[in-house]
Design a protein around this ligand. Sequence first.
Ligand code: ADP
Ligand code: MG
Length: 310
Amino acid sequence: MIEFKNVTKRYAGNQALDDLNLTIPTGDFFVLVGPSGSGKTTTLKMLNRLIEPTGGNIYFDDKRIIDYDIKQLRQQMGYVLQNIALFPNLNIQDNIAIQAESLGWPRKQRVERARALLQQVDLDPDTYATRMPSELSGGEQQRVGIIRALAIKPKVILMDEPFSALDPISRKQLQDLVLQLHHELNMTFVFVTHDMHEALRLGQHIAVMRLGHIQQIGTGTDIMQHPANDFVQGFFENEHAPRPTTVQDLLTKGYGEASTATPTLTATASVSDLAAALKTQSTVVVATDQGARQLGTPDLLDYLANKEAD
Ligand code: ADP
Ligand code: MG
């Protein structure tokens, strides 16, 4: 079990975390979610003591983390970053086994462990073990980043926005992979993201953070059904609101005609911006990559009528 008790962190006058209290059960998949600057990375890095708190205490299995030998503490906490940064001059199996090597594991055991982990994430060891990092795709490198963190069997895996640089398909695959690994391994996962969808998809428990304060802790269902305040509700709704249709959609469908007038709207404006502008003007000129195009009320009505039909 991990517990934060009255933890604060100040950086030169900036209160990054204020009286943080948090319990993470052993074996949980715990997600910290919140907008940028809310204190997620600070919270995570305090667990492996990359950042020391200004006040309060953190306990890991009932012992204060400052009372652990720092090397032993870090061996129990695998760490996965957004940019995995594999060592470019080491092949994949040596990258995976780097911590095992520093702990003095014999070579045969290191190679076996690396190959077993590759197998576990569907990277054929015969193909991948001796490849160099540059010979892998971004998604494959991130798989290796994850199994590298697992190599010496830590009790806890810390992940800081590990998928935010990936395309949506790779991201989905890796979310499935971490869920599978969590299911197969007896480890606690602490996962940071700014994406509420990702939090809801992965987390058994979710802590919603804002400006160094926890707004709510609960299961995804708790938070969805009973948001603790307007911030949580808004954060959740924004994530689920359909994206506004943009003027670009009309242009893509062939509405409007070329114009030489000065544009007053961009193609990324929403359809409601266009409607507002058409209340006071008979036509609106939109800037596009292919030059200015003008749209009138008939275009908008026609577009909306067709959209309704399909
Ligand atoms: P998140 O990961 O949620 O984006 P962080 O934990 O990185 O948030 O940052 C929380 C707050 O602390 C932010 O206001 C950030 O600017 C500030 N902060 C983080 N690291 C430092 C630092 N090394 N020095 C000063 N301020 C920092
Ligand atoms: Mg961060």
